[in-house]
Design a protein around this ligand. Structure first.
Ligand SMILES: [Zn+2]
Length: 304
């Protein structure tokens, strides 16, 4: 099989009318479909506001689970009740498990809720929509091309504060999952969180509190793929769904483009998000996974 050249494989594919050989050739390279991801953002925005505990939130959850099912990925919904400044609200995290050759887990996550606003209709194309969409396409890719580690792709509910951001009014879904996994002694080996990564003018800065070696590996992949203009060397500190895991000692990093003028305004709409930006972040992440797995497999002292 190895000796078959690309030309011969193509001829065989044409003759057979099927693509088993071509499929095997493609298996070598991980791919990310930015256009498919943008279509998910479009569908999510059409739902409207997707605040935790709302009918829109339920519809977003149904959309994610259904899109995963179409991609051949089974997901479980983990419902819980959260005490918020607006009372007790029903929320739910979504988890897709993509088994690898070893049981150790790398968790890749983002939030699918949108921030609640009394004054205007907030559809969160980038803030909520982009990471939700990215994760659906990442799950599809990791199902088609399983890796060494087992991946949990997680859509957190209730990342947004209902009122002002505090330790108890924020990160409802990720705080809950981190505590539960810690109790069960099943914390992941590493956590990667994406948030607001669909901005047309993509500029992701290093998140200051994140684990340095994990961020370094992702930035190295970005440079290798020619995406250095979108993965900038300066840093800023942002609290997000990676924080509850970091507090428990799990290596974690946050990918966020926080310099986004429409942030938490009615202008966070579909036209601000591009397939190209989603494609950039998806490709960089997939490229970084082998190096992250290698670093984790090394004894602690040997980590970069
Ligand atoms: Zn937000």
């Amino acid at each position: 099989m190895k000796l078959i050249g690309a030309g011969l494989a193509l001829a065989a594919m044409l003759l057979a009318g099927l693509a088993p050989l071509a499929a095997q050739e493609r298996r070598a390279a991980a791919t990310f479909d930015g256009a498919a991801a943008l279509r998910h953002v479009e569908r999510l925005v059409t739902i409207g506001p997707r605040t935790a505990g709302s009918a829109g939130g339920v519809r977003a959850r149904q959309y994610i689970v259904e899109a995963l099912r179409t991609a051949g990925v089974t997901a479980r919904v983990e419902p819980f009740d959260a005490d918020t400044p607006h009372g007790r609200l029903p929320m739910a995290n979504i988890v897709a498990v993509l088994p690898g050759r070893r049981p150790d887990v790398i968790l890749i996550a983002g939030h699918y809720d949108t921030k609640w606003f009394r004054e205007f209709k907030f559809v969160g194309a980038n803030d909520g929509g982009s990471s939700t969409a990215l994760l659906i396409e990442l799950a599809r890719e990791l199902r088609e091309r399983p890796r060494e580690y087992t991946y949990w792709i997680v859509w957190f509910d209730g990342e947004e504060a209902r009122e002002a951001w505090t330790a108890v009014d924020s990160l409802y879904g990720s705080r809950r999952m981190a505590i539960e996994l810690d109790k069960a002694r099943r914390l992941p080996r590493a956590v990667i969180v994406a948030d607001m990564i669909g901005d047309r003018n993509l500029g992701i800065r290093r998140e200051a509190s994140s684990t340095g070696w994990l961020t370094d590996i992702i930035w190295a992949s970005a440079a290798r793929l020619g995406h250095a203009p979108h993965f900038l060397p300066d840093s800023l500190a942002v609290e997000d769904d990676h924080a509850p895991f970091m507090r428990l000692g799990v290596p974690a990093t946050l990918l966020i483009d926080f310099y986004y003028p429409p942030w938490h305004t009615p202008e966070d709409t579909l036209d601000k998000v591009s397939a190209r930006s989603l494609q950039t972040v998806g490709s960089v992440l997939l490229d970084a996974l082998p190096a992250i797995e290698n670093a984790l497999a090394r004894p602690l002292g040997g980590r970069p």
